[in-house]
Design a protein around this ligand. Sequence first.
Ligand code: ATP
Length: 254
Amino acid sequence: MTWWRRNQTAAVAAELDTQVVEKEAVEEPADQHPLLTVESVERTFQVGGQPLHVLKGINMELRPRQLVMLRGRSGSGKTTLLNMIGGLDQPTKGHIFFRDLPFHSMSDDDRTTVRRKQMGFIFQAFALMPLLSAYENVELSLRMAGIPSGEWKSRVEHCMELVGLSKRMHHRPFELSGGEQQRVAIAKAIAHRPRLLLADEPTAELDSQMSAQIMSVFQNIIRTEQVTICMTTHDPTILEVADHVYEMVDGRFI
Ligand SMILES: Nc1ncnc2c1ncn2[C@@H]1O[C@H](COP(=O)(O)OP(=O)(O)OP(=O)(O)O)[C@@H](O)[C@H]1O
């Protein structure tokens, strides 16, 4: 089993390298091949010995440089789906392809390799480290992704500039407002140049003005960093900036 895993991991690493070369060589038009495809995905949890059907047949696509929102009431299954798209969990049934990689059947190790290199997360569980400055938080993400240390300084400074926080990069999270902390989280999530950025309720704790700022940062990074963003939200006021909104009710899109 171990040798197979190692070979599989090597194959994924090789695939990623090829994809990076392709990315540099060819500029993909926005509407070309999907970055991610979800086909007939179901997710069932066992709760107290009973099956709980949370996702009941989801189909969706994320295309390069799109801003896609998952909207729905609390408990409708948005976070469960986002976890699946990010390879943090696997479907009970159905298929998920990130580019050509079958997330539904890949090992945890292989999904982790893809995630580290090609995805960024703005999730509560990946929150800022409180004792590190904004700069050090972003740098940490480059270190984790295996980016050579010689590239860290310019990339951190570039990302802090993209989110409009160049003047505050040596502050620690508690010295920043909620909106500023969220912008540091965005800088941290995009520092290693992911293809896909996933955000779970990124405007949840923010007032409407700060939420609008975050959405404007998202639009800016889609343009300048060529990233695709998929986020969950309850907030009807930000839906208009989405390229596509999937409305979820009780584990299905309507
Ligand atoms: N690991 C798990 N085990 C058992 N049940 C789970 C698990 N994860 C999620 N659920 C259940 O699945 C349902 C959907 O949860 P999910 O967090 O995906 O909803 P959501 O739409 O993101 O809600 P919110 O907007 O409140 O975050 C809930 O009833 C939740 O209790």
